[in-house]
Design a protein around this ligand. Structure first.
Ligand SMILES: [Zn+2]
Length: 433
């Protein structure tokens, strides 16, 4: 293998990964897993492919520990969301490198971290790194849809392949500046995706004579108004408390948290706001399929995100009280995903802190909770893994990153890719020395 910088190696691998179209559905992640296997085996890293169906393989690579130390998993998903070429300035699966940035679907979410993880483990293997515990890299399928081909399935069908004490996944890594200090955000928890369906019944009839019918859609509208106007009592989660304590120098009360965050600026307020309480957003509605028929049934889907540790059973009476007693309805929870957290006083947290101190003197690592959710919860639920979302970015501003993920012209500065790679190598050295 020609001598080249790790930066160039990661750039090249990311560009090649982007050129493999792993749009999910259908995914076809096996093509990405094969590419990674070829690269890793050429660097002396043992790999295994695990697939529930042949075209949707997960790759697991490992440097076995010399004994006694904890295990560290570098986790990334290889599938991406749909890209409409008409919206893009470059073909979305080109992997073009232009003006110091790698362009293409997955450049941020999250083939960059996948490429950096692969180069981290490959370079450590080449250097003869002997970890005290296993250093594992998993490139998994099907995160974006979550139909049971990826990490969820691996944890169940091949737990020994992915069991780990610590894991580094996607979820955060942004650098924000508040006042005259910089903060690096690391996610240690996620809310629970907990949507529910409300079914309202009425009586159908011809729309020209509304008086003879009982319009389920009109009745549902009352419930929609109530749920969207509802403002739950704020609560201070440990991650938000840790964040506010770091940026304010003290932890405010739950009731003051949002105002205090707003006073620091928009970035802080945007981080804190969705994490103080469960959220309820009505997003889908179905009623009559014919313009002139008054619907006897109306179904409303509410996207609901509970705080980590909150349970549907406990929240349901609150939701019913908000909906009131004058409209008859049925309420059905559709799923419960995520809602887990990892503690903050861990060696992995210390590794985040020491990396931040080293690369950005005076800056501070701060915790957060993800308002959506990632694959980390599968590991926390199956193995009690300490899993954080941290892939540091510095060159591209946070607001730009937020606009580009799942959107057109997704791209990553090579400087940020290299920074992420440096972090993963630092974590391996720090935890597995
Ligand atoms: Zn992702």
């Amino acid at each position: 293998m020609a001598v080249t910088s790790l930066r160039a190696e990661a750039t090249d691998l990311l560009a090649r990964l982007i050129r493999v179209d792993t749009t999910n559905p259908p995914g076809n992640e096996t093509a990405a897993a094969e590419l990674l296997r070829e690269y890793l085996e050429a660097n002396g890293v043992a790999c295994e492919l695990y697939a529930r169906t042949p075209e949707r393989a997960n790759l697991v690579a490992r440097i076995s520990g010399t004994g006694g130390g904890p295990s560290l998993l570098l986790l990334g998903h290889t599938d991406v969301v749909l890209a409409d070429p008409d919206e893009w300035s470059v073909p979305p699966f080109s992997g073009e490198v232009r003006d110091g940035e790698v362009w293409g679907r997955g450049a941020l979410d999250m083939k960059s971290q996948v490429a950096a993880s692969a180069v981290a483990i490959a370079s450590l293997a080449r250097e003869g790194f002997e970890p005290s515990g296993d250093l594992v890299f998993a490139a998994t399928a099907d995160e974006e849809v979550g139909a049971g081909f990826g990490l969820e399935w691996l944890c169940e069908a091949h737990p020994d392949a992915v069991r780990c004490d610590y894991a580094i996944n996607e979820g955060a890594g942004d650098r924000i500046v508040l006042g005259d200090r910089a903060y690096w955000i690391c996610s240690a928890a996620e809310k629970m995706s907990s949507p529910f369906r409300i079914r309202v019944h009425g009586r159908s009839g011809h729309a020209s004579m509304p008086g003879i019918a009982d319009n389920a859609l009109v009745k549902a509208a009352r419930l929609i108004e109530r749920i969207s106007a509802y403002r739950p009592e704020p609560q201070l989660q440990p991650e938000v408390e840790g964040f506010l304590r770091a940026v304010l120098g003290e932890a405010p009360s739950a009731g003051q948290a949002l105002d205090r965050a707003r006073a620091l600026g928009r970035a802080a307020a945007e981080i804190v706001e969705p994490l103080l309480a469960p959220t309820f957003a009505p997003t889908m509605i179905t009623a009559s399929q014919k313009r002139n028929v008054i619907p006897a049934l109306c179904e409303v889907v509410v996207d609901c995100r509970l705080l980590p540790g909150q349970h549907q059973k406990a929240v349901e009476p609150v939701v019913r009280a908000v909906l009131g007693g004058d409209v008859e309805y049925e309420l059905e929870w559709m799923e419960a995903h995520g809602g887990t957290r990892s503690p903050l006083d861990t060696p992995l947290w210390s590794a985040v802190e020491s990396f931040v101190e080293e690369r950005d003197p005076g800056a501070k690592a701060v915790p957060t909770c993800v308002a959506g959710f990632t694959d980390s919860h599968w590991l926390r639920e199956a193995f009690g893994t300490v899993a954080y979302g941290f892939f540091p970015t510095r060159t591209m501003p946070v607001e730009v990153i937020a606009q580009l993920i799942h959107s057109a012209d997704e791209r990553i500065p090579v400087d940020d890719l290299e920074l992420g790679l440096d972090w993963l190598r630092h974590a391996a050295h720090t935890l597995l020395a």
